[in-house]
Design a protein around this ligand. Structure first.
Ligand SMILES: CC(=O)N[C@H]1[C@@H](OP(=O)(O)OP(=O)(O)OC[C@H]2O[C@@H](n3ccc(=O)[nH]c3=O)[C@H](O)[C@@H]2O)O[C@H](CO)[C@@H](O)[C@@H]1O
Ligand SMILES: C=C(OP(=O)(O)O)C(=O)O
Length: 427
């Protein structure tokens, strides 16, 4: 398996353009199934999770191809509503196919989804929402069958603003009969992007970005051409890496308003940030100050997907930072690895107390999940000496060749290719 080898201590500098958002592209590609016709999705990042989504779409009978940063999906030949277990288990986002398949075929056969081990990650809110729309749901072990000859609009109340459940319910509701109201919806920018995509196909969805979403059911949807928003988590990762390496970086093609909570925390740590139209300039030259209280929460609060990266940065701060993780109960796996690099972090339940150290030191560490892996890369870029990050396939789920991205900014980072994950047949 591949490894990243990083010689730390180089301040990052230069300009970078940020790729499209994985978390917008995945539900949007799943939603393409709702249209009978051809859908073009632009600014799609080349990631492992996107490849898995395209494999699933092909398995369901669609034609799906990737080229020139765009995906073209022709959903007219789609013929199956069975998602294969092996593909279902490769990522959490396979669950996004549930709403669209149910709306299109009146049934869907699926399994509990896989993905990074960062918590229990049930799908009860997804299934309860679909049941409220009239689906009959049978669960046997990890196998799930949902059926509904015609979904019917209703009020769905979410006990927690789950991003995925909000998206699945929106996708199911667009072809339902009548009006659906989602109360307690998640407000993430990716949900607004999904609304824009659905409406471009002819749906009638309003309210995304607030906690109440209205969906007026329509009888059919047609293909469209749509461009994905920039990835706010990749943007945030580059910003934190620039600050940790005490560099000077300009990010282009970003949406600063999606990063308000991170900008606020980094400024509290003493980082210089200038915000323009689709541009963020970030520079840091001194040791950061500790940040007393950071808590992950649903958007617009601080995102759980940047918690690990921020912790790597605050490991180098002057003083003690306190980081509380309220979204995923298993999202502190990077702590042990950061400590192996010289960080001083104590965890008490869902709170990490980070006593900043003057330096981190390179060693061999293991990415245990996607953002934990990104945090170790940041730590490696800022550390003294050589860091080797193993299990890079987790990082490849969400960053398009992370080593190229940081090398473009002057980072000394290369990939050493190992055995392929899936053994290739002998020629
Ligand atoms: C592809 C995608 O967009 N992934 C993002 C999405 O994941 P995802 O959509 O899976 O995250 P959710 O918002 O659904 O999960 C938040 C919390 O709700 C719980 N929960 C969720 C659904 C459910 O049916 N039952 C339940 O208990 C989860 O275990 C978790 O504790 O939002 C997360 C929270 O911002 C991000 O970290 C992920 O990067
Ligand atoms: C947890 C993440 O993704 P997913 O929901 O696809 O597992 C992430 O992007 O950090």
């Amino acid at each position: 398996m591949d490894k990243l080898v990083i010689e730390g201590g180089q301040p990052l500098s230069g300009t970078i353009r940020i790729h499209g958002a994985k978390n917008a592209a995945l539900p949007i590609l799943a939603a393409s199934l709702l249209a009978e016709g051809e859908v073009t999705v632009r600014n799609v990042p080349r990631l492992l999770d996107i490849d898995v989504m395209l494999d699933i779409l092909r398995n369901l009978g669609c034609n799906a191809s990737y080229g020139d940063r765009s995906v073209i999906v022709d959903t007219s030949p789609a013929s199956s509503s069975h998602i294969p277990e092996t593909l279902m288990r490769q990522m959490r986002s396979s669950v996004f196919l549930t709403g669209p398949l149910l709306a299109r075929f009146g049934e869907v056969h699926l399994y509990q989804p896989g993905g990074c081990a960062i918590g229990e990650r049930k799908i009860d809110l997804h299934l309860r929402g679909l049941a409220a729309l009239g689906a009959d749901i049978q669960e046997k072990g990890s196998r799930i069958v949902c059926r509904a000859a015609q979904l019917k609009g209703t009020e769905v109340i979410l006990d927690f603003p789950s991003v995925g459940a909000t998206e699945n319910i929106m996708m199911a509701a667009v072809l339902a009969k009548g009006r659906t109201t989602i109360v307690g919806a998640a407000r993430e920018p990716e949900i607004q992007d999904l609304q824009a995509f659905l409406n471009q196909m002819g749906a009638q969805v309003t309210g995304a970005g607030t906690d109440t979403i209205f969906v007026e059911g329509v009888s059919s949807l047609s293909g469209c051409d749509f461009e994905i928003i920039p990835d706010r988590i990749v943007s945030g990762t580059v910003m934190v890496a620039a600050a940790a390496s005490r560099g000077d970086v300009e990010l282009h093609g970003v949406q600063p308003r999606h990063l308000t909570s991170l900008i606020h925390v980094l400024r509290r740590a003493g980082v210089q940030i200038e915000v323009g139209n689709a541009i963020i300039k970030i520079s840091a030259s001194t040791r950061p100050k500790a940040v007393e209280r950071v808590m992950t929460s649903p958007y617009p609060a601080f995102p759980t997907d940047l918690q690990a990266q921020l912790m790597a940065f605050l490991s180098l701060a002057e003083g003690v930072s306190v980081i509380k993780e309220t979204i995923f109960e298993g999202r502190f796996k990077h702590v042990d690895e950061l400590c192996r690099m010289g960080a001083d972090i104590r965890v008490d339940l869902n709170t990490a107390f980070v006593r900043g150290a003057p330096e981190l030191y390179g060693t061999t560490v293991e990415a245990t999940d996607l953002r934990a892996g990104a945090a170790l890369v940041i730590a490696g870029l800022a550390a003294q000496g050589r860091t080797v990050v193993e299990q890079v396939h987790y990082i490849d789920r969400g960053y398009e060749r992370i080593e190229d991205m940081f090398r473009q900014l002057g980072g000394d980072i290369i990939r050493e290719c190992g055995q392929p994950l899936i053994p290739q047949p002998a020629r």
